[in-house]
Design a protein. Structure first.
Length: 398
């Protein structure tokens, strides 16, 4: 890959024939089986204080295919089976690097149905994609064009809980280049009443996608709960109906976040956010539903990778920085600032909107970091690292 180019995944919906759907369903099942068997083998070896790597699990796969019990693994393409072993190796690497939990077994009902093909497992010619073990190309709905002259390096086929089929093509995209540098910077405070509040005073309303479809979702879930548990067709239809509503909510939320983050990255050279621990915040039963609907983690993830693409900078200020209690005009720190207080007046006479003031304080903290050269910022990929803005909290007495 060129130093100036990034690889992007272009995802499209496709409509398989009955034969293609059957072949892909078999492939999904074999991928899940191989992953689980390899994970079990590595777990058993771990209890014996032995290490098993990718090459050893690949040799195991070859042996499994020669047995009568697992001969059906030969009926599908070998490429996705090898790829799932590589994915397991990455999962263990992240576990030993303390970046993830121990790998879990894949479930037939709950786990994502997907299979990844490398260049030896597919053919892409004249805008048509044909997978291994298939005689016909996939009927893909090309909702947007691939980069000119694009040659996919990997292809991932998946089926979601709503029964929709998707294909994702990983391609090098020469159109992604750093944007012209600007001198604009913005502080961003996330919230629930307003999804974002910017240091400029602009507020972006929360779309509340889940709340808009809550009544439909609750009705579909009640209908599913009344169906007898098992593998019946009625329960399967009711489950798909619930999944379609969830998919509608997720698609609309993701589309809105993509548009919003792209706009922010285009318009600002530096973007300052707060390093929130969302996984802990959703433990609050009163706010969990609203926080999940706001998708703060997904917003931050999109902002960070788009900033990396286009030569922008995202600074995460430590979560203990008192952005809401600090006066952005005089710097005075208030003792308390309950969530119910939306506007307040400082002793210096300045009246603050709580969220705008917090965004302005975040911007000031981010600018201070860049001016002072503080280079340590919280990164989710490196547990245990501390921000330069970290403040000591009083110890709680037992």
């Amino acid at each position: 890959m060129s130093a100036n180019h990034v690889k992007r995944a272009f995802k499209y919906r496709f409509y398989p024939t009955d034969a293609q759907a059957a072949e892909l369903s078999r492939t999904f099942g074999c991928v899940r089986k191989v992953y689980n068997m390899a994970l079990a083998a590595r777990t058993q070896a771990w209890t014996r204080q032995e290490r098993v790597n990718y090459n050893q699990t690949s040799a195991m796969l070859t042996a499994w295919k020669k047995t009568e019990e697992l001969a059906y693994l030969n009926d599908v393409s070998s490429v996705p089976l090898q790829q799932t072993l590589r994915h397991l190796q990455v999962a263990f690497t992240n576990f030993f690097g303390k970046r993830a939990k121990y790998p879990r077994f894949k479930s037939r009902k709950k786990s994502r149905k997907s299979a990844e093909y490398t260049t030896s497992g597919f053919r892409f010619r004249d805008g048509q994609l044909t997978l291994a073990k298939m005689s016909e190309p996939l009927d893909i709905a090309w909702s947007r064009a691939l980069p000119e002259g694009a040659s996919p390096s990997t292809v991932t086929v998946s089926q979601d809980a709503a029964g929709r089929w998707f294909v994702s093509l990983l391609c090098e995209d020469p159109s992604v280049k750093p944007l012209p540098a600007t001198d604009t910077a913005v502080g961003i405070d996330v919230g629930l009443d307003h999804l974002l509040t910017l240091s400029t005073g602009e507020k972006i309303a929360s779309p509340r996608h889940e709340r808009r479809d809550r009544a439909r979702l609750a009705k579909a879930q009640r209908e599913l709960a009344r169906k007898a548990k098992g593998e019946g067709a009625n329960r399967a239809r009711a489950r798909r109906k619930v999944a379609r509503i969830h998919a509608r909510i997720t698609d609309r939320r993701r589309d809105g976040l993509h548009k919003l983050t792209s706009k922010l990255v285009r318009e600002n050279q530096m973007l300052v956010i707060e390093d929130l621990t969302v996984r802990n915040m959703v433990r609050n039963r009163s706010l969990a539903r609203a926080i999940s609907d706001a998708a703060w983690s997904e917003f931050r993830s999109m902002l960070e990778y788009k900033a990396a693409w286009y030569g922008r900078e995202v600074i995460a200020v430590d979560r203990w920085f008192p952005s809401s209690k600090l006066c952005s005009a005089c710097g005075a720190l208030q003792d308390k600032m309950p969530l119910s207080v939306r506007t307040w007046t400082c002793d210096c006479g300045t009246t603050h909107d709580r969220d705008v003031n917090a965004a302005q304080n975040l911007l000031g903290a981010g600018l201070a970091l860049t001016v002072c050269g503080a280079g340590v910022r919280p990164q989710r990929s490196s547990p245990g690292r501390r921000s330069a803005m970290k403040q000591k909290t009083p110890r709680r007495e037992p």
